[in-house]
Ligand binder design. Structure first.
Ligand code: PRT
Ligand code: MG
Length: 215
């Protein structure tokens, strides 16, 4: 049995064409079913639905053999115990710094002020500001980062941006692009040895179906 860990939403949706290339069809719609384990048309392949941030953990400890996860999540997890054979180029976005439109970020950096930064991505943010030589007080949040500068909880946020609509709707402006993000295939290292043939088949089929570079 091969167990694939996916999160509901954009990662599940954008992985479907890759699965199709491997001849795998998920037999239930996760938005309609309450099941957490979904069968596929292949009796030896199943999908488990987990929280996006839990995908690397499931694969690391063998709760799943393979998974699809954002580079953001992978960096925060650390990637230990995971083989990362493919950048799937799906669920693309970027990690950016954003502030209220009336906050002078450039001046705060120039003056060497201490910045209060709210984020779910503390590793990425810490590395980024350390490299810039900016001192930060980090506030760890688990969601709705956009609210932090609006309520005085933080001067800046580090968050994912794709269209920029969420920032605009909350009167925030993107002041730095930290890195581009896409989703990657991760594989449990022991499973790759024990289930080499079926996993290789899936990895090769995914590789052949990666969308072309578009930006
Ligand atoms: O939502 P939940 O808290 O359950 O979990 P999650 O946010 O970790 O999962 P999910 O499914 O929302 O995201 C899974 C992965 O998709 C992320 O780890 C990213 O690698 C990738 N991805 C790609 C995104 C986005 N684009 C994205 N736009 N993840 C989140 N967003 C959010 C962003 O956080 C912000 O709130 O969308 C909002 C911004 O979008 P725009 O288009 O308004 O800029
Ligand atoms: Mg989300």
């Amino acid at each position: 049995m091969i167990t694939l860990a996916l999160s509901k939403g954009r990662i599940f949706d954008e992985t479907l064409p890759l699965l199709a290339a491997a001849g795998i069809e998920v037999l239930e719609d996760p938005e309609k079913s309450r099941k957490l384990i979904l069968p596929t048309n292949q009796p030896n392949v199943r999908v488990v639905l987990v929280r996006a941030t839990d995908v690397p953990t499931y694969v690391e400890y063998g709760g799943a053999d393979i998974g699809v996860t954002g580079k953001d999540t992978l960096i925060e997890h650390g990637g230990q115990g995971l083989y990362q054979p493919l950048d799937l180029r799906i669920a693309q976005c970027r990690v950016s710094v954003a502030v209220r439109s009336d906050f002078d970020y450039a001046q705060a950096v120039r003056k060497g002020s201490r910045l209060k930064v709210a984020t779910k991505y503390t590793s990425i943010a810490r590395d980024f500001f350390a490299t810039k030589g900016v001192h930060v007080d980090m506030v760890k949040l688990y969601g709705s980062m956009e609210l932090a500068p609006l309520t005085g909880l933080a001067d800046a946020i580090v968050d994912l941006v794709s269209t920029g609509n969420t920032l605009r709707a909350n009167h925030l402006v993107e002041v730095e692009r930290i890195m581009d993000i896409s989703s990657h295939l991760v594989v449990n290292q022991a499973a790759l040895k024990l289930k080499q043939a079926p996993l290789r088949r899936i990895i090769d089929a995914f590789a052949s179906a990666i969308p072309p570079e578009n930006n």
